[in-house]
Write a protein that binds this ligand. Sequence first.
Ligand code: GTP
Ligand code: SPV
Ligand code: MN
Length: 597
Amino acid sequence: MASTQAAAATEQAPTKNPTLLAWVAKMAAMTQPDRIVWCDGSEAEKARLTEQAVKDGTLIPLNPKTRPGCYLHRSNPNDVARVEHLTFICTPNKTDAGPTNNWMEPEAAYTKLSQLFEGCMKGRTMYVVPYAMGPLGGASTKIGVELTDSDYVVLNMRIMTRMGKAALDMLGDSDDFNRGLHSTGDVNPDRRYICHFPQDNTIWSFGSGYGGNVLLGKKCLALRIGSYLGREEGWLAEHMLILGVTSPKGETTYIAAAFPSACGKTNFAMMIPPKEYAGWKIETVGDDIAWMRPGPDGRLYAINPEAGYFGVVPGTNYKTNPNAMETISKDTLFTNVALTPDGDVWWEGKDGEVPEELIDWQGKPWKKGSTEKAAHPNSRFTAPMSNNPVLSGKANDPQGVPISAIIFGGRRSNTVPLVLQAFNWTHGVFLGATMGSETTAAATGKVGVVRRDPMAMLPFCGYHMGDYLQHWLDMQKSIPQLPKIFQVNWFRQDKNGKFIWPGFGENMRVLEWIVNRVQGRVPTQETLLGWVPRQDQGLNLKGLDLPEEAIQEATSIKEDEWKSELKSQEVFFEQLGTKAPEALMLQRKLLIARLDG
Ligand code: GTP
Ligand code: SPV
Ligand code: MN
């Protein structure tokens, strides 16, 4: 059986790439699928897979009048988010993975997972999914091949990446591709592992069918393996959106921003400025991942390696994010939202009345007033970026865009002010390194607990966090025209637990200040933490219906809060041991001296 499949893999293959053929044959011999299908990315293939997914219940067609080309998928209720405790970096030495990653020795991991993969595709189809991360033909673009037994994964990869024949053509006969193996297995959390082998450019994912665990191009390749390659090759793989902001004078500034999972990247990347900003335009280059490398002109250039958005649904509406609403109006896969009686989808925070009756994300009847959520808090949409009305013309440019500012932002109900600018690159890296954020539903575990999340990369850094921070510091030498670094916090709360800052489109006011700082147009005020907008010539608050005290509170710096923040930062740096970069320890000392002085 196994050898028959191995032979079949070669016979039907639309490639002669010997390394690829040998690897597919080897994986097929282990997993023993009934069939092997090489995906070409065509419309006919999409139609075929969709039809089959509808037939087997994986996809529920939505009302073609209100949601043309859209489908609902319900994942196993035990499988609704990334599983950080089951995600491993498998390097020969434990110290190479560092204290913030789970580690397994590579041979031990291959052995353990081989036992799970052995025969797991019997009765199933193995899809061979060649894909490109980055614009086709680009110098920064990386090729991956994902073997999966899930038609849902194939249909998602088709949206999220440049998938199929074009990627295979770009690979040619090269052996330089990421080897991804995925099986949903029996969707048992006790037999679920997401393992990364950076030295082998390999990812093995077993026992999940959900998002970041299984769409291997995204968090696994573009961030965990990507960050490892970035350090070796002198670039940065980051959990960042990329946007272009154009002023009424026609001046475009490109900005990258790292916010942790479910902390506002997609929203910021496609926001519509408030009416006071007539003539300003925001365009999206990317909403989740940035690959950045120094360009020939000495600036830092960023590409978005993805081709679609795997975005948070709850909270999305025509007031908070009209462009996302347009984006998901057609050709979108919805995962774990609720179904309305007329075949549309619903979620908490959608516009309009709450429907009287729904089918909830688990397929159970739901009635208005129920204390249960109808949509899962981490329900997601998968939509092609070409649906985005404000997609940047540069989103497919293999050169990427020159980044003038980098923003770090967490979800903090206190402590961190609305916006500040770092004194310099090293201080900016310190701000990124000391980011904290309240946990969200994007990963399993408790929600709302503050944890250190350096550069929003805690769950995504493929090597030692201390080495990663040092790599950021070292990049300074290879970028003659350094981007300016900023920190923001949209999520400060008042005594009643209400967000003080209105956020969403109103974040344009903060963005304008950042643009003005980058262009050297406005003076600033120095504080203990960094430079902040001045009372005069600071944030443009015209038309913003917010009392003066609220602004004060959103921008306040409270020394007692900072004293406890510094303790929490210390615990994090201690964890890095001798790998805590000296320059960051000095930044820490300076901050303590300023606070005590
Ligand atoms: P990942 O896809 O998990 O990486 O998330 P993301 O960073 O792209 O987050 P996203 O933009 O999807 O926002 C997550 C949640 O935060 C949604 O429920 C949004 O409605 C909410 N949110 C986004 N921006 C703001 C903001 O400016 N203020 C407030 N209060 N909430 C926001
Ligand atoms: C995140 O959790 O940061 C996401 C969603 O963007 S997932 O693809 O599941 O990682
Ligand atoms: Mn993300």
